[in-house]
Design a protein around this ligand. Structure first.
Ligand code: AMP
Length: 217
């Protein structure tokens, strides 16, 4: 099964990705995570993209498409995959379509901007494990510390206000085109495209998505 999750940062894609990947036993491929790994490694790609991520700009289609190509050709993707954060531009959407892989479902998460700001600005992460917290919605047991290792939590560089504004600006610029593209693909019955109300509780959304996948498969 091949699934794509679309949505601005802070709409809950990451949380749902983890649920779906676990339930349907497919790997979750997050381009944001892959790019951050390169930054951590300080390799050639990492150096090139460091400031782009910091400023909330988009990494070039070339770089991102190449990274995705490598990932989806790995052995663990033979039974399917879930893309989280890709595609973000129409070029990327067409790239994945042209690879000839059947995409079964595209879910777009919709959340108003004010709530996105509230969600992202309160986000704290444990960089070593990728565990995420929120100062109001999902606080750690001890302020500023990871529940398991007790190591320090950090604010992602691109979760700072100016970056969030930029990320939303880029998201909006590309999103209409992406939505139009997937609505058309849906009409042509090439895939199923659903818009999801990302303001609901994660458990409710999870059930809605499961129902959509299982009823329309
Ligand atoms: P995310 O963790 O999905 O919010 O992504 C973090 C950042 O990585 C974004 O703000 C972009 O700078 C970059 N990024 C992630 N995915 C893509 C993509 N598909 N195309 C271009 N840039 C991306």
């Amino acid at each position: 099964m091949h699934i794509i999750l679309l949505g601005a940062p802070g709409t809950g894609k990451g949380t749902q990705s983890k649920f779906i990947a676990k339930k349907y036993k497919i790997p979750q491929i997050s381009t944001g995570d892959i790019l951050r790994e390169h930054i951590e490694l300080k390799d050639a790609i990492g150096k090139k993209i460091l400031n782009i991520l910091k400023n909330g700009e988009l990494v070039s289609d070339d770089i991102v498409c190449n990274l995705i190509y490598k990932k989806i050709n790995q052995k663990n993707c033979t039974k399917g995959f879930l893309l989280d954060g890709f595609p973000r531009t129409i070029t990327q959407a067409k790239y994945i379509s042209n690879l000839g892989i059947k995409i079964h479902f595209v879910f777009e998460f919709i959340v108003p901007d004010e709530l996105i700001f509230q969600r992202i600005s309160g986000r704290r992460i444990h960089i070593q494990s990728g565990r995420t917290y929120h100062i109001f919605f999902n606080p750690p047991k001890e302020e500023g510390k990871d529940d398991i290792t007790k190591e320090q939590l950090i604010i992602r560089e691109d979760d700072k206000i100016e970056s969030i504004k930029n990320r939303l600006k880029h998201y909006k610029k590309n999103n209409n085109e992406l939505t139009k593209y997937y609505l058309e693909e849906n009409k042509l019955k090439k895939l199923k495209f659903f818009q999801v109300d990302g303001t609901k509780k994660p458990d409710i959304i999870k059930k809605e998505i499961e129902t959509l996948i299982e009823n329309k498969n």
